[in-house]
Design a protein. Structure first.
Ligand code: DAH
Length: 349
């Protein structure tokens, strides 16, 4: 009897060790410890044995059963772990992989990138960004900006008229008036946008972009204008730049200036090899914008007594985005910006 028990135990151990899956292990368990298996039956029959055999047989059968149960539990753990690992490996999806096929990311057009850079500089200086209409009243485009009734820019050969009193704005300056009409001083704004003129050659397109600037506060002087534009010039063209103000005329500023930035391409008009700098044409200065102190006459067009030229003062400036982009990147022809040739555009941004 004891021998049979040892034999059953050995057979059970071999089967359990050989089970390669949890299903095979369960079959082995039923075969050796299930209700109809020999070992459990043997245990149940211990009570019927002669008393002198009961203890020995009972102990041996019990030990065999316990040993098999423990072995099955250990083997089950091993197999479950391995099967989970296999499932995880088979199901692995890397959600961080790029989609298929990868989409080209694209990039900003040079003019968009330049506009945003200019906006960022002025935002950093405390200005707010505004926008305004491209179809504009003659009142805002010319009259309220102090243009004389016979000013040549009003001519139909220079300006696109949409109606008797309506033009495609020729500059962003009309937004000076609109900004003052809708916001009391102090006012610090920049206004980017499209403008239109009847002009077309290597440096003029019928549609182009400007950024207008306007600061109105108590005690604004030309020195504030110069400091602001110096900060702008250094942010855009490099921290070693200087700016220069030259007297000029605009109907809506008094005094008016044209502003130059020192050339970033040469030293005093000459390249290292001694030849003349083509960018500044040997002058060592690059004209970048028009500006001035807001003409007191302009405030009279703003129907708001808080814009009283006796109590406030302001500066204004207007720059061409194309010009800034072309200077910075040595773009030889303005029309390249509008040809949509990717071989050109992909060099930027
Ligand atoms: N509006 C002018 C133009 O298009 C540029 C300009 C000059 C704007 C002087 C200004 C300014 O605000 O003060 O040529």
């Amino acid at each position: 009897m004891i021998e049979r028990i040892e034999q059953l135990r050995a057979e059970g151990e071999r089967d359990v060790a050989g089970a390669a899956t949890t299903a095979a292990l369960e079959e082995a368990r039923v075969r050796h410890l299930g209700r109809r298996a020999e070992l459990p039956n043997l245990l149940r029959g211990v009570a019927d044995l002669p008393p002198d055999q009961r203890g020995q047989v009972g102990r041996a059968a019990n030990q065999a059963r316990q040993a098999l149960e423990a072995q099955i539990a250990a083997r089950a753990q091993e197999l479950e772990g391995a099967e989970l690992d296999a499932r995880l490996a088979a199901d692995r999806v890397d959600v961080t992989l790029p989609g298929d096929p990868p989409q080209p990311a694209g990039r900003l057009h040079l003019l968009t990138a330049t506009r945003r850079e200019i906006e960022d500089v002025f935002l950093g200086l405390g200005f707010t960004v505004l926008e305004g209409p491209e179809v504009e009243l003659v009142h805002y485009n010319f009259d309220a900006l102090n243009h004389a009734p016979n000013h040549p820019a009003r001519d139909r050969t220079d300006t696109f008229y949409v109606g008797e009193d309506l033009v495609l704005r020729t500059h962003t300056s009309p937004m000076q008036i609109r900004a003052m009409e809708s916001h009391p001083p102090p006012l610090y704004v920049v206004i980017p946008g499209r403008v239109y003129r009847r002009d077309s050659d290597a440096t003029h397109t019928p549609q182009f972009h400007q950024v207008e600037g306007l600061a109105v506060d108590e005690d604004i002087t030309l020195a504030d204008l110069k400091g602001t534009l110096l900060a702008f010039a250094r942010a855009i063209f490099g921290h070693e730049r200087e700016v220069r103000l030259r007297p000029h005329f605009f109907p809506f500023t008094e005094p008016s200036v044209e502003v130059d930035v020192s050339c970033f391409n040469c030293t005093e008009g000459h390249l290292r090899d001694g030849s003349r700098c083509a960018l500044c044409k040997g002058t060592s200065w690059l004209e970048i914008l028009g500006a001035g102190e807001v003409d007191p006459n302009v405030y009279a067009y703003v129907d708001d007594e808080r814009y009283d030229p006796e109590r406030i003062a302001g500066f204004a400036f207007g720059l061409g985005i194309e010009r800034i982009a072309m200077l910075r990147h040595a773009v030889p022809d303005l029309r390249l910006l509008y040809d949509n040739d990717l071989r050109f555009l992909e060099q930027f941004g």
